[in-house]
Design a protein around this ligand. Structure first.
Ligand code: ZN
Length: 714
């Protein structure tokens, strides 16, 4: 039996451990409210199994649900679990049976989360947890947190499978609840006796002096030796005892054994110890007995679920610590009472999943907020949040004179980072942003001053997709409204105001093709410098528009062309099964540009990904006579008209040589293909850019050029 409903905390099917589940849910469009219900007392099937799509009704607390129910005497109600598409969800167009929707989890996992929160004093805030859960996309019927559910992710490929229940309804597998562990409970209820260990050695000053000369720890009093042990990881303590004769003979104190149950240590998941009175000397016994039990499947589960609960607790802590989502709420599906206006926005949100679509990937905006920037900006601050070892932007603050300024999103006034420039800048008006994304949200920002000078980055920008967000007319930059889209923790979209009477006044067009490519496209890695003139197709093939494949640029000549004399040649890697027929894609996987001497420490730069060598990969090497002034001067391109996909390129040099790629046997294109030459009007090619996918190879191609140089060496 395939189980589609999994616990949103541990990722296991909810049928495990207990015959029932809990739901964190809400009613219709009650986005701001979250309720919790235990279904273990709810309706069952004839075989004793609970029903995964039903929750029991309680007339005292569920009066509003009862009011919507078609059967006034009903004892249960349908719940739509893992719902992420909300088109048509509203009281006005309510239709049974899915007036309630939410997320399922094991009662035991909730107990673990409660225990983890209790340890750190974190408030178990239902609304915050609900927000966190509805901020995560689906992946294989699970919420995609960016972690692998304690190593279980691979086991979950292809869906969850558990055995059918036996006829009496009792599962004979998966009985290893992480919360209710009888062996552990038995251990805590039995008296932990303090017995002197047979292996104990008594440390005496005399023995130290006699036996351990040369050990630097010999100089330290025992109290300090103990203090060093407490914050040290157990593996390091073991190594220390191997390396130091003093530590090898030191009796480890009770405080050391106690500290093995602290946060971050090997037994932090044995949270029960926080409520136990352990006798003097008992901590060592407890440690050793639990170590003996460590191989129990239930304790292994306990450790995994505890780790996942602690991760969620950290996110809850983070959200609770930053206060509200600052800014003026805007009218959206999730906040219908927000402000309505006709502002036109230039938006950077390539990876946003609207609420009307299934949330299978990318990010979702729960809160849209607007702030108007002050007339005088003195300083700018950006808040970040760490999620799964990655940094994301969570809020911005624009400070004027002597005040906290204007806040947008989740701001941590005590942890924010000030935006700085290499040189002094006039911040009276700002020009825009460089925005770094991954699929989950905005990873980094840098702000463009009035002169267009970019600030230093805040957040992460390497290995991200980047986009420029600017207004085309400097006159519009004086008064600014800024809009951010936020999920439970972070910024997922950013927009700048450009006009008040949208849509009557459309967004200003880019002045030329190069600006449109540079500022209207997504780039992998750095945005091409403004000195470059870009030429190529702005429109991506239809198949790539949905996935927002960014352009990648190989700037082999440098931004000033100074590297061109070093370009000794290039190699084109392609898949050979494209050889004979024109198809939807070039099959070109990568172009490697080689230098005669290292440039910026590299002997070559690569556009695309050089495939692993196997029989389906071909490669062509071209040597350029750069020392004789040979340069790449033109690209001839062929696109399949219907799909707008690149199928063929030919590289020309100023020495009259040309090279077709891939080197197909048939080059006789029909009417369904269009041809286009890419050649700088008056300049020299210093780079090539492309949108590249694993399916199509190079799907588009373009050139980056600079004006002709007078320097004869170039
Ligand atoms: Zn669970």
């Amino acid at each position: 039996m395939t189980i589609e409903t999994a616990c949103v905390l541990c990722g296991d099917p909810i049928e495990l451990w207990t015959r029932g589940f809990q739901a964190l849910y809400t009613l219709l469009d009650d986005w701001g409210t979250a309720r919790i219900k235990d279904t273990r007392t709810g309706p069952r099937r004839a075989n004793g199994w609970f029903m995964v799509d039903q929750i029991p009704l309680d007339s005292s607390s569920d009066a509003d649900i009862l009011a919507l129910h078609p059967n006034p005497g009903a004892a249960r109600y349908s719940i739509d679990l893992m719902k992420t598409r909300f088109h048509g969800v509203g009281r006005h167009d309510y239709s049974p049976p899915s007036a309630t929707w939410g997320f399922p989890f094991h009662p035991d996992c909730w107990e673990m989360l409660s225990a983890a929160c209790a340890v750190s004093g974190t408030r178990l805030d239902l609304k915050v947890i609900f927000d966190l859960w509805r901020s995560q996309p689906y992946k294989r019927d699970l919420l995609d947190w960016g972690h692998d559910y304690g190593g279980n992710w691979e086991d979950l490929e292809g869906g969850h499978t558990v055995s059918e229940p036996s006829t009496d309804g009792i599962l004979d597998i998966y009985t290893d609840s992480p919360f209710h562990i009888p062996t552990l409970r038995q251990l805590f209820t039995s008296e932990i006796v303090c017995e002197p260990s047979r292996n104990r050695k008594v440390l005496t000053k005399v023995s130290l002096v006699c036996r351990h000369e040369g050990d630097p720890f010999i100089r330290l009093p025992v109290e300090i030796l103990h203090m060093i042990l407490i914050p040290t990881d157990s593996r390091d303590v073991l190594n220390l005892r191997l390396a130091s004769p003093v530590y090898a003979t030191l009796v480890l104190p009770d405080s050391f054994w106690r500290s093995r149950f602290w946060q971050g240590r090997e037994f932090e998941h044995i949270f029960e110890v926080n409520t136990l009175q352990i006798s003097n000397g008992g901590w060592r016994q407890l440690y050793e007995r639990i170590k003996d039990l460590s191989a129990l499947p239930s304790l292994t589960n306990r450790k995994i679920v505890w780790g996942l609960a602690c991760r969620l607790r950290e996110l809850i802590d983070r959200r609770l610590s930053v206060g509200p989502c600052y800014g003026t709420p805007q009218c959206t599906m999730f906040e219908p009472d927000g402000a309505r206006h006709n502002f036109g926005w230039r938006v950077a949100s390539p990876y946003l999943s609207p609420p009307t679509e299934y949330f299978y990937r990318r990010s979702r905006s729960l809160y849209e907020r607007v702030t108007t920037l002050p007339d005088i900006i003195k300083r700018i601050f950006i808040s970040t949040v760490g999620i799964n070892s990655k940094i994301y932007i969570s809020g911005l603050r624009f400070a004027g004179d002597n005040d906290t300024g204007y806040l947008l999103g989740f701001c941590s006034l005590d942890k924010e980072i000030e935006v700085t420039w290499e040189t002094d800048q006039n911040l009276e008006a700002l020009c825009g942003f460089h925005v770094a994304f991954d699929f989950k949200g905005i990873r980094g920002l840098r702000i463009l001053s009035q002169t267009g000078e970019p600030s230093n980055w805040v957040g992460e920008w390497r290995d991200t997709s980047q986009q420029v967000l600017t207004l085309t007319s400097p006159a519009q930059t004086r008064t600014w409204n800024l809009k951010g889209g936020f999920d439970a923790l972070k910024l997922v979209s950013i927009a700048i105001f450009y006009i008040e009477d949208w849509p009557r006044s459309p967004c200003p067009e880019f002045p030329d093709q190069s600006s449109r490519l540079r500022e209207g496209s997504l780039w992998y890695g750095e945005i091409p410098p403004g000195e470059l003139s870009l030429s190529g197709r702005h429109q991506l093939p239809l198949s790539l528009q949905e996935n927002k494949i960014p352009y990648s640029l190989a700037l082999f000549g440098g931004v000033d062309g100074s590297q061109l004399p070093c370009l000794s040649g290039f190699s084109v890697y392609y898949t050979t099964y494209w050889d004979t027929l024109p198809s939807d894609g070039t099959g070109i996987e990568a172009i490697e540009f080689s230098f005669s001497r290292p440039v910026n420490g590299k002997s070559s730069i690569i556009l695309g990904r050089v495939p692993d060598t196997d029989e389906d990969v071909g490669v062509c090497h071209v040597t350029l006579r750069s020392d004789e002034g040979e340069r790449i001067s033109r690209l001839s391109t062929t696109y399949e008209s219907m799909t707008d996909t690149l199928v063929d390129i030919k590289v020309h040099t100023n020495h009259g040589r040309s090279y077709p790629f891939p080197p197909r046997m048939m080059q006789n294109w029909g009417d369904e293909y269009t041809h286009e030459d890419l050649k700088p009007e008056s300049g020299i090619i210093v780079g090539i850019f492309s949108s590249i996918t694993s399916e199509l190879g190079f799907a588009t191609i373009g050139i980056a050029s600079i004006p002709s140089l007078s320097d004869t060496t170039i």
